[in-house]
Design a protein around this ligand. Structure first.
Ligand code: FNR
Length: 332
């Protein structure tokens, strides 16, 4: 991987604590097998889905990940170009190293990820800026009341971005770049406060417990992402594919439920959809592809997942994501 220093590679690859949840996300997919149907005339397959009015080529989206300029000089702009070329949608991290306006200029459909800041006026200015740039949804990350202990970064002394790189979307009115603050006083009222400052669909990212899924529906959000932050927050948290069925049951079809964490192959996407996800997001695979091949690398990685999903769909006897049902999967 060109120009990816071991310290930055560890930042992207690593997780919290002993990295049990990081490993569990992938291991859990490995404990699930497909029970395919046959002779179902799957010749006219169609992977497209529409989320909040945006059609994507397949239910495989780009998760918000920080600091893309550490992986490639063109950073998030290259990621967005590759994502658009694959017909997908990118969630821009609040910790992006490119301005949201520059990312939006690629014409890639974007959602914007937010860590609500203790300074409500600053939070509103960040949201307003993203909205003005044309993002189509606000993804509010709710699994990070504090910043978790990440041993690899501590060991490597990775604390700050190199000179010349900043979180471009955290400039305040004076042009000063603020640091992201985690806020352990956040409660459900934050959803109502965000609702009051934006008309964008609000998607909560980091739901694992079915009771929280129920509360999210009651608070009028537009969607959920079952996520444990790729094993980077609570080490010991349940693997996302294991958490999905109870969340889907609690939501009962009232909202789209998305999932991220450990999705590495087309058949992983198929399994998540069969268990009730509307779409999945991928984090690290996109970062590695960006580092290895820039925009073309990101396009190829997403295309590879979509081609794999298409083949898995045919082999499991389905034509569309909507045809995937829980009877198609079983424990290994
Ligand atoms: C993340 N993730 C993340 N999530 C978020 O809401 N805001 C952020 O800024 C980041 N930053 C970030 C950086 C890096 C390097 C990684 C690997 C992850 C979490 C991310 O959105 C997603 O939940 C996981 O990456 C999904 O797991 P996989 O696909 O990496 O296994």
């Amino acid at each position: 991987m060109p120009d990816l220093s071991p310290v930055h590679r560890d930042f992207f690859a690593g997780g919290a604590g002993d990295e049990r949840t990081l490993r569990a996300n992938e291991a859990a997919f490995d404990r699930i097998r497909v029970v395919p149907r046959v002779l179902r005339a799957t010749g006219d397959r169609d992977l497209r889905i529409t989320l909040f009015g945006t059609e994507v080529a397949a239910p495989v989206l780009v998760a918000p990940t920080a600091f893309h300029r550490l992986a490639h000089p063109d950073g998030e702009v290259a990621t967005a170009r590759g994502t658009a070329a694959a017909g997908s949608l990118m969630v821009v991290s609040m910790a992006a190293t490119a301005p949201v306006e520059d990312i939006a200029a690629t014409d890639c459909p974007l959602w914007f990820q937010l860590y609500p800041q203790p300074d409500a006026a600053f939070t509103a200015s960040v949201v307003g800026r993203a909205e003005a740039a044309g993002v189509r949804a606000l993804v509010v990350t709710v699994d990070s009341p504090v910043f978790a202990h990440r041993p690899r970064d501590v060991r490597n002394g990775f604390l700050d971005l190199p000179a010349g790189m900043v979180c471009e979307n955290l400039r305040d009115g004076t042009g000063r770049v603020r640091s992201i603050a985690m806020d352990d006083r956040l409660g459900w009222d934050v959803v109502d406060r965000l609702r009051a400052i934006t008309g964008l669909p609000i998607v909560l990212k980091g739901i694992l417990h079915p009771a929280d899924a129920e509360l999210a529906v009651e608070h009028g959000v537009s969607g959920l992402i079952v996520s444990n932050h790729g094993g980077r927050q609570l080490d010991g948290a349940i693997a996302t594919i294991d958490a999905l069925p109870a969340v889907v049951k609690a939501v009962g079809g009232r909202l789209p439920v998305l999932l991220d964490g450990g999705v590495r192959r087309g058949v992983d996407v198929l399994v998540a959809l069969a268990l009730g996800a509307t779409a999945v997001l991928v984090g690290r695979p996109v970062v590695w592809a960006l580092a290895a091949g820039g925009a073309a690398g990101v396009r190829d990685a997403l295309d590879g997942l979509m081609v794999g999903l298409d083949a898995a769909l045919a082999l499991a006897g389905a034509r569309t994501p909507a045809e995937l049902t829980a009877d198609l999967v079983a424990a290994a």
